[in-house]
Design a protein around this ligand. Structure first.
Ligand code: SF4
Ligand code: SF4
Length: 441
């Protein structure tokens, strides 16, 4: 049965919709006690998962039942923020009679959706350094992913998703659009910008990435698109180069520890000390290898940079990202595997409250009651075949071919980690270039 379920999920092209893009079938091949549904909507300003929970609560429950069946889990717990009142009400009403699924109400803090923090919050278990939820008998799935799993069992692959359009748009909203909808079309759907000097971010303000080419298409992992002024603090931090950052940290890091004090992974007892890593680069002290290889423990949540070091504008996060890339290139594996992680007594006090974060990051004005505008049609999609964890998918269609929504257009070779892509609109394949298939109606 497990094989049949994971085969369907694989063929439906489901990857972690929360942003990670990890193929869902791989997670569900495990045997665990608990499935945790991630309904935390980790990033501030985004509201896509909230709408999915309000409008698709029954499908989320169905998806959870499928995930439980695949993994043999005896229970499922949905982590949802307590102040998402409508979502909590919709989920509560959809809970099955058999009590196998329950809700766990989360506080309004960042990063509540980090798997390590979510699992600790929901189950009280700490995932070891360099570990996975699986190490504590848990599988975590995002609520949108669970809805997609339920749809897959009904024969519907991933061809669309909810996306939040927030920030400097004329008409911020949550919409459901075909996968591969171009950022240009998303701008039009949101009524254009409120100003000219705007930068687009795919994702949220904390972990999103700047979109360089607005003619490309959004991915299965695109939960939101944020428009911010070019000179916004967050954009300025995102556009700093590594060499600027290294120079700055050598000149300005005062070793105040704030980055370490607030680091969520440090707070759950992992040996990650960003201030020590900064000291390592400041003094070119290659002996301190632990503080370099600890880059493998960093979640890239951005707390150290955007909250901890908001006065010096340094970025341990960026330094860790660069170190990690270098270590992987050299074939060095994560040596940090401590299992005796002791949660800090300051864990609760140092959670980053979202209202404080919004104020500090000058995002308050974008924190509005964002409306749900339903499905939007587009006439053209550009589907990237590499925006998931694993090997890129290879196109199985040719230019000029007619396709219907849900037809397979690309897949990763069977023996490699990856996923399947489907046509997200009816139309003709007009271009296949690089890792992208373009379809026009
Ligand atoms: S918060 Fe900034 S200045 Fe303080 S130790 Fe960390 S990087 Fe250095
Ligand atoms: S980005 Fe910074 S705060 Fe977040 S886990 Fe990494 S070091 Fe810690």
């Amino acid at each position: 049965m497990t094989n049949r379920i994971t085969h369907i999920i694989k063929q439906a092209g489901i990857v972690g919709a929360g942003g990670a893009g990890f193929p869902a079938y791989v997670k569900l091949e495990a045997h665990v006690n608990t499935i945790t549904a991630n309904g935390s909507e980790c990033e501030p300003l985004l509201a896509s998962d909230r709408y999915v929970m309000i409008q698709q609560a029954n499908w989320i429950m169905k998806g959870l039942k499928v995930a439980m069946q695949a993994t043999g889990a005896k229970e499922a717990i949905i982590g949802v923020k307590a102040h998402y009142k409508e979502a909590v009400a919709a989920l509560s009403a959809a809970l099955p009679q058999d009590k196998s699924i329950r809700l766990h109400l989360l506080g309004n803090y960042y990063p509540a959706g980090d798997e390590f923090l979510l699992v600790y919050d929901v189950t009280g278990k700490v995932i070891p350094e360099g570990g996975l939820p699986l190490d504590v008998n848990v599988v975590v799935c995002n609520v949108t992913t669970l809805m997609q799993i339920a749809h897959a069992m009904d024969g519907k692959p991933v061809t669309e998703r909810a996306v939040t359009l927030a920030g400097e748009f004329q008409s911020p909203k949550v919409v459901v659009v075909p996968i591969g909808t171009t950022y240009k079309d998303l701008i039009n759907i949101a009524g254009g910008f409120t100003r000219n000097d705007v930068v687009l971010i795919d994702g949220g303000p904390m972990m999103g990435k700047i979109v360089d080419d607005w003619n490309t298409g959004m991915a299965k992992t695109t939960s939101g698109v944020l428009a911010l002024p070019k000179d916004h603090f967050i954009v300025r931090m995102m556009t700093k180069t590594l060499s600027q950052m290294v120079k700055l940290s050598k000149a300005a890091c005062c070793q105040c520890f704030r980055c370490t004090d607030l680091c969520p992974r440090n707070l759950i007892g992992h040996h990650l000390f960003p201030h020590m890593t900064m000291r390592t680069i400041d003094y070119n002290n290659a002996e301190m290898t632990d503080h370099i290889t600890s880059a493998f423990l960093c979640s890239q949540c951005g707390v150290c940079e955007l909250i901890g070091c908001d006065f010096m504008l340094l970025s341990p996060r960026q330094i860790y990202a660069a170190y990690r890339k270098e270590l992987v290139k050299k074939g060095i594996k994560n040596p940090h595997r401590r299992t005796d992680c002791k949660v800090s007594s300051q864990f609760e006090n140092r959670k980053i409250a979202i209202p404080m974060l919004l104020k500090k990051l000058d995002l308050e004005k974008y924190d509005i009651d964002i409306p749900f505008a339903g499905k939007q049609e587009v006439t053209n999609v550009r589907i990237a075949l590499n925006r998931h964890v694993g090997k890129p998918a290879v196109a199985t269609v040719r230019p000029g071919q007619t396709v219907r929504t849900c037809d397979v257009i690309a897949s990763t070779p069977e023996d490699q980690l990856g996923t399947v892509y489907h046509a997200s609109i009816d139309g003709t394949v007009v271009d296949i270039s690089g890792d992208r298939v373009e379809i026009a109606r």
